[in-house]
Design a protein around this ligand. Structure first.
Ligand SMILES: C[S@@+](CC[C@H](N)C(=O)[O-])C[C@H]1O[C@@H](n2cnc3c(N)ncnc32)[C@H](O)[C@@H]1O
Length: 320
């Protein structure tokens, strides 16, 4: 089913035509599956879609999580390919992303492995090495335990902390995998970031002013990002997709790249539209591709339900 623009009410999507500060989108025969408020979703293979829809250098931030080739039960996509085929494909995705990424753009690639095959993320990163500089490696922490005795004298920490969820495992060989990678690739490794856009307050306020660079109560969070999944009570209706990331993940990636440097966001494997929601939150236009219509339908519902998205978008700063 293609949702026509007429079905979408009178809201005016962001104008993504050629102008000095808006990247131009190719005139193409490819019809969007859904389009609203600057979000444009295509039911298309991302390699074909990027080629058909996006001009060279037109995207400033790519945030995505591809299939990991670990046998996840997707609706349509078969997540078990011969390893070398899969890595060759990932390499082609990297080359396609480089074409559409602006020279100072950021490509955030979220990948995890399995306990039995922990090399997958590193093998993908190695394939991307031919095409990109690895500017940062961010660790998405899903669960963390901090005993009070190790936290030191922070007065906000009253006792032992253990936050976040994971599915407990059997056997004795492995530790629970409570982390995934977010590789930050750029063309030349020299993209300026807005670190404090995802900064955290100082625990020890006496640090403020002590160093020249610490003039306000905000410091770099570093490359370990604790991002728990949003709590849900009905997986079927609230997260009908086997491997999503939380909205905060793409939101933080876009913010750390810098909102004033972001004209257009892309997720080549958009799933149920989490990156589109994050883009709406920070008021940036977003393009997404997925091969699965059921996921795109859910993505469109989530975008429609996103209440604060009704104003026209621009290059404004984020909402929170
Ligand atoms: C890990 S999931 C992404 C989930 C997404 N981050 C979210 O939060 O909803 C990977 C997605 O890639 C899609 N996919 C698989 N092959 C694709 C292709 N060639 N082009 C575009 N999407 C594809 C799958 O249908 C799946 O939804």
């Amino acid at each position: 089913m293609v949702v026509s623009r007429a079905d979408m009410g009178a809201e005016s999507p962001v104008v993504m035509g050629a102008s000095q500060d808006q990247p131009s989108i190719k005139q193409t025969q490819l019809t969007p599956y859904f389009e609203l408020n600057g979000v444009r979703l295509y039911k298309e293979d991302c390699l074909k879609g990027m080629q058909a829809v996006l001009q060279p250098g037109s995207v400033d931030v790519v945030v995505t999580s591809p299939p990991y080739n670990i046998g996840v039960k997707y609706n349509a996509y078969e997540d078990t390919r011969p390893k070398q085929d899969y890595l060759d494909w990932m390499e082609r995705v990297g080359v396609a992303v480089r074409r559409i990424l602006s020279d100072k753009g950021s490509f955030f690639l979220n990948v995890g492995g399995t306990l039995k095959d922990p090399w997958i993320p590193l093998e993908i990163a190695e394939r991307m090495r031919k095409t990109f500089a690895l500017q940062n490696t961010i660790h998405w922490i899903k669960s963390i335990a901090i005993p009070k005795r190790d936290a030191g004298k922070y007065e906000n920490i009253k006792g032992d902390i253990a936050v976040g969820h994971y599915k407990p495992i059997g056997g004795k060989r492995f530790l629970n995998d409570a982390h995934e990678y977010i590789f930050h690739f750029t063309k030349d490794g020299d993209v300026e970031l807005d670190r404090l856009a995802v900064g955290v307050p100082y625990q020890d306020k006496s640090n403020i002013g002590r160093w020249k660079k610490a003039q306000r109560d905000l410091r770099d969070r570093g490359n370990t990002w604790f991002i728990p999944y949003e709590t849900i009570w009905d997986r079927e209706t609230q997260r009908p997709h086997p491997s999503t990331f939380p909205v905060s993940l793409p939101e933080m990636c876009i913010k750390v790249h810098g909102l004033d440097r972001t004209r257009l966001v892309l997720d080549p494997f958009v799933g149920i539209g989490t990156t589109a929601l994050a883009s709406l939150k920070v008021r940036k236009p977003c393009i997404g591709f997925d091969v699965d219509e059921a996921y795109l339908k859910e993505a469109s519902e989530r975008v429609k339900a996103f209440k604060s998205s009704t104003e026209p978008l621009g290059n404004s700063q984020g909402t929170d």
